[in-house]
Design a protein around this ligand. Structure first.
Ligand code: PBG
Length: 307
């Protein structure tokens, strides 16, 4: 009678990577998640592969000294993320590598775009995103995932990839990404929360909107997105269901840091059964129509599923 299935092959392992031993180790606001150096990353990726998880998504915590207003480090071909991609492709080639294309890990103000005073400069940002995406594809990324919510970014990234000969690199667009309170632990994890000036409401979506999400998805598909993502996940399952029903394209959801941290905190207090809750939430994503879920709990869930 069961209508929905959940298997490790539906999951993407979300990881935080770091370039220094000073910052590796547990993220306080994200229990169960550690910043990983490259050796530890390879170890986790191998474990994920052995459990049948098809892909891993990378988010970098870089040395604060490398951050500046123009996100210069995002264009360093020997930066942390390109190095991590090359290591994974060499040591765990069976795992697909998904990388964020966004400037926030690299800007000293913590925004996803370059700024003129208090204003995010959409079009100047597009140029940097496109160049950054080519560097990530050069390093071997299978899927690039623009997560910045600038208008026109999918078209700009697709054109730049094609021009550089990366016509087979896929684009997973964070198409409907809300200006959410659920990203707090992630911002701690990559070291932007203390620096972030203001909020991201001028480019991320209003949690009150649903038609706007359809416009965003339609634009990104028209510009060349291969897959679309809804983010956060659980509070936005109605959006997931509507996107899947209206567009019938590969639809991903991100069980973001705040969602994972809430479950971990309640579970640590003995208030809920954390393992059951993790599998229940992941099943709910599948029931809503999601083809894949990015989660910090992918390895844990895969182990539970394998019994
Ligand atoms: C921004 C970005 C965010 C996340 C990943 N990339 C959100 C933000 O800071 O606005 C959140 C991931 C999470 O909360 O787990 N490029």
């Amino acid at each position: 009678m069961r209508e929905t299935t959940l298997s490790p092959s539906d999951l993407v392992l979300t990881t935080i990577i770091t370039d220094s031993t000073a910052s590796d180790g547990p993220v306080e606001s994200l229990p169960g998640v550690s910043r990983l150096g490259l050796d530890a990353l390879v170890e986790q990726a191998s474990e994920a592969a052995a459990l049948g998880i098809p892909a891993i998504a990378l988010f970098p915590h870089i040395d604060p000294k490398l951050k500046d207003a123009d996100a210069t480090e995002a264009l360093n071909p020997d930066g942390l993320v390109p190095q991590a991609i090359r290591r994974l492709k060499r040591d765990v080639p069976e795992v697909g590598v998904i990388v964020d294309v966004a400037l926030d890990p690299f800007t000293d103000h913590g925004h996803d775009g370059v700024m003129d005073g208090d204003v995010i400069e959409n079009d100047r940002t597009l140029d940097l995103l496109a160049k950054g995406a080519v560097i990530l594809a050069d390093a071997g990324a299978d899927i690039v995932a623009p997560s910045d919510m600038m208008d026109g970014r999918i078209g700009a990234v697709r054109a730049a990839l094609d021009e550089a000969g990366h016509d087979r690199t896929m684009i997973l667009s964070y198409a409907a990404k809300y200006a959410s309170s659920f990203y707090g632990p992630y911002r701690d994890a990559i070291g932007t929360s203390s620096a972030l000036r203001g909020d991201k409401r001028t480019y991320q979506m209003d949690p009150a909107n649903t038609d706007e999400a359809m416009h965003e998805v339609a634009m990104d598909l028209a510009e060349g997105a291969d897959m679309v993502m809804i983010k956060p996940g659980l509070p936005y399952l109605d959006i997931c269901a509507r996107v899947k029903a209206e567009f019938a394209v590969p639809t991903f959801a991100f069980q973001v840091s705040g969602e994972y941290a809430m479950m971990q905190a309640a579970s640590a207090n003995g208030w809920v059964d954390g393992d059951r809750m993790l599998l229940e939430t992941l099943t709910a994503f599948r029931r809503a129509g999601c083809d894949a879920v990015l989660t910090y709990g992918a390895i844990r869930a895969a182990k539970l599923l394998r019994g």
